[in-house]
Design a protein around this ligand. Sequence first.
Ligand SMILES: [Zn+2]
Length: 169
Amino acid sequence: MAVRDIVTVPHPVLRRKAAPVKDFGPELQRLIDDMIETMRAAPGVGLAAPQVNVSQRVIVVEYEDAEAGIPHQLYAVVNPVIVDFSRATEIGTEGCLSIPGIIGDVERARKVTVKGFDRHGNPLHLTLDGWVARIFQHEIDHLNGVLFTDRAVRVERVAPELAAALDRV
Ligand SMILES: [Zn+2]
């Protein structure tokens, strides 16, 4: 495994629509391992392949919230698609590893249903709620060339230490 460089705006790969994965071979396995290591090193709670300059539809998410009773979960999802958004939304503050020093408030669906594949090509069907649903929406946006600043109702420039205190994705 290796930590890869995280690209930042205005790198063009962040604006490209990423290609679906067709081959679940060793190259994908290496990519996912490296993305997990890169996310942990950042540190962040989510990462999409375009953020390591690979224009393919792969995301990783790692999250836990002991206070809220959410156990540790590590997701690697290939070709994720949001098939259902709750009508209920909420506004939350997001930061992005590819947009240093900026945070912003974004309205997102409170719950989403995501379909995709695990790293071995087995179908996945996830029902996600709250903060982890937000992370998935942020990461899947990355696969479509969309950044949280496109959706934010308010953005703010902050010191890098402050941005780093937030869960970045
Ligand atoms: Zn991001």
